[in-house]
Each structure stands twice: as structure tokens, then as C-alpha cells.
Design a protein around this ligand. Structure first.
Ligand code: URA
Length: 308
């Protein structure tokens, strides 16, 4: 930056390469203070990065009593007030596009206690790019008064076509296990962590793809709204996608399954495997063993839903 220091005795100038000195000048020769300061203030307001503001560090470097000597100091309170909004806008802009040009935006969740209104609003959700290749949003289903809520990963092929959660092969296995655990599926609220089917074509088939953490985060407001409205006594996470959406990516279902856990989203949470993992067991014996463990976990959830 080029600069000059003007004094009545001597002036010093830096042109970016060399320092030079000229004779002193009277105050009247100095460009109007306001002009220079306004230029500096405009520059400062533009380079001010709200995400990097450290008020304590600023005060430590330059005690507040000297702030009045800084032309930009008059801007700081206003810039700080604006900072949260500027940070949010910056984050939204950078989060809005990924390398593929896919866009993420806030889910349009209405403030309502009606499941029907939520379901209707979710139909037009474009919060993540999955809506583009899915037939429809598969919202949760079940009574508002349900004491158990089951949370899966995302709808599969059949769910995507029918608009209903857990009706395909994994859903049929789930139905059987629920019955064996003494749970009436019609009394349970069944939903998914992500409400659009994520898939890729393989020949004529649509192959399930795991949702990304961004897909999960974009869909989360819908799950939160379902939990707010239904307020189940126990939330059952089916599989690691659901469990990790609640407890973070280091959560291991294999370690915690069947235990009654606490979460900010539900007073009691029981995690277990996803029913589709039972379908993938290599032999009859492991299928039978895993199925029995799954039913045990569902029983634990039922017990926790009736305990005081
Ligand atoms: N798998 C899920 O996680 N949810 C469904 O609805 C179907 C299969």
C-alpha cells in the first residue's frame, strides 16, 4: 500500500518500493480528513470478516480508550451487530453449492402440530438434491399419539413408488419382528431419517445409495418436527444412519444396541440394527440368531415405553 506521513517538519512517503522524504507541509495541505477516513472506512467495512472477529483479541491489541483515534472504530459496533447475519449469509452461500452444482437449502417445515400439514409440506421439499430423482417424499406414518417411533434410514424402491415407509422386503421383516415382540405396527409411528430415496441405476434396477451427511442434515428438520408433534416415549433407531443422526458419527450400534439411552430429541432412545441387515446374513443360522436379537431389542424398546 502506498502511504504518506505528513508533518509540519518533514513528510515521508512510501510508493510500494522506496521511501522518500519531502519538506514539511502546513495542516491546510493535508487532504480533508473526512475524505481519507471515508475511503478507509469503506475499505475496512469491505474487508471486515465477521467469521474472524475476536473482540477480546481486538481489545487486547488495541485498548478501547484508543479506539477513538481509529476512523474505523465507529463502524465496529455496527459491524459486530451485523456479524451473525453476515456469517450466516456467507455459510449459506458456500454451503449452497457443492462441486456437482447440487444445492442444499432450508427445509420448508411449517410451524404446526398437524402431521397432515407437515406431510403435505414435505411433498414439495427441495432441501437436498435427492428430490430430483425420487418419485415422492416418503413421510412418516402412524398415530400422533404413538408411544413408540421407529426411525429407519431412507425409503427403498417400493417405498418410493408407494409413498409409504417400510413396506418392501425390510418392512415385511420388520412387521414380523414387531408382531413377535408384541408391538402393534398400527400403534407405532414409522418414519425415516431421510425422506427421499437415494439411488443409482444399474441396468433396469434402482440401487440404494447411502445418504450423505449433508442429505441427512438437510432432512433433519422434518424428523425434529415429527418428534416434536408425536413426542414418543421411546424412539427406536433402526440401523446406524438413524442412530448416528442422533448420537454422532462415532456411535456404534453393535456396542449400544438394546440399551435405553437419552437424547435431546427423545427422552428414551433404543438403537438396534436395520432390518435389511438381517436379509443380508450369509446363512440360515446367522439369520435366525440376528433376527432373535432384533426382536429382543424391540422388546426392550416396548418395555422402556411403558416404564415410568
Ligand atoms: N429401509 C428404510 O430404512 N426405510 C424404509 O422405509 C425402507 C427400507
Amino acid at each position: 500500500m502506498r502511504w504518506s506521513i505528513l508533518t509540519p517538519d518533514l513528510c515521508a512517503h512510501w510508493d510500494g518500493r522506496a521511501l522518500s522524504f519531502t519538506a514539511g507541509v502546513p495542516r491546510s495541505a493535508v487532504p480533508a480528513e473526512g475524505e481519507m477516513e471515508n475511503l478507509w472506512r469503506t475499505y475496512y467495512a469491505n474487508i471486515f470478516n465477521p467469521a474472524r472477529v475476536k473482540v477480546h483479541a481486538m481489545r487486547a491489541e488495541m485498548p478501547k480508550k484508543y479506539w477513538r483515534n481509529l476512523p474505523e472504530a465507529t463502524l465496529i459496533p455496527e459491524l459486530l451487530r451485523e456479524a451473525p447475519r453476515r456469517v450466516e449469509t456467507m455459510m449459506k452461500k458456500s454451503a449452497a453449492k457443492n462441486a456437482k452444482g447440487d444445492e442444499w437449502r432450508p427445509a420448508p417445515v411449517p410451524a404446526t402440530s398437524s402431521l397432515a400439514t407437515l406431510r403435505e409440506a414435505a411433498q414439495s421439499c427441495t432441501a437436498c438434491p435427492l428430490y430430483k430423482n425420487a418419485t415422492q417424499t416418503v413421510f412418516g406414518e402412524g398415530p400422533k399419539k404413538a408411544t413408540l417411533m421407529l426411525l429407519g434410514e431412507q425409503p427403498g424402491d417400493q417405498e418410493d413408488l408407494s409413498g409409504k415407509p417400510f413396506i418392501g422386503p425390510a418392512g415385511q421383516l420388520l412387521d414380523r419382528a414387531l408382531e413377535e415382540a408384541g408391538i402393534d405396527r398400527n400403534a407405532v409411528y414409522v418414519t425415516n431419517t431421510v425422506k427421499h430415496f437415494k439411488w443409482e441405476p444399474r441396468g433396469k434396477r434402482r440401487i440404494h445409495q447411502k445418504p450423505s451427511s449433508r442429505d441427512i442434515a438437510a432432512c433433519r428438520p422434518w424428523m425434529e418436527a415429527e418428534l416434536r408433534v408425536v413426542r414418543p416415549a421411546v424412539l427406536v433407531c433402526l440401523g446406524s444412519t438413524a442412530a448416528q443422526a442422533l448420537f454422532g458419527s462415532s456411535f456404534r450400534v453393535t456396542r449400544e444396541r438394546g440399551r435405553v439411552l437419552e437424547s435431546e430429541l427423545a427422552p428414551r432412545v433404543v438403537t438396534t440394527v436395520h432390518p435389511s441387515s438381517l436379509l443380508r446374513q450369509p446363512d440360515e443360522e446367522s439369520r435366525r440368531r440376528e433376527y432373535a436379537l432384533f426382536v429382543d431389542d424391540l422388546r426392550a424398546a416396548l418395555r422402556a415405553s411403558t416404564e415410568k
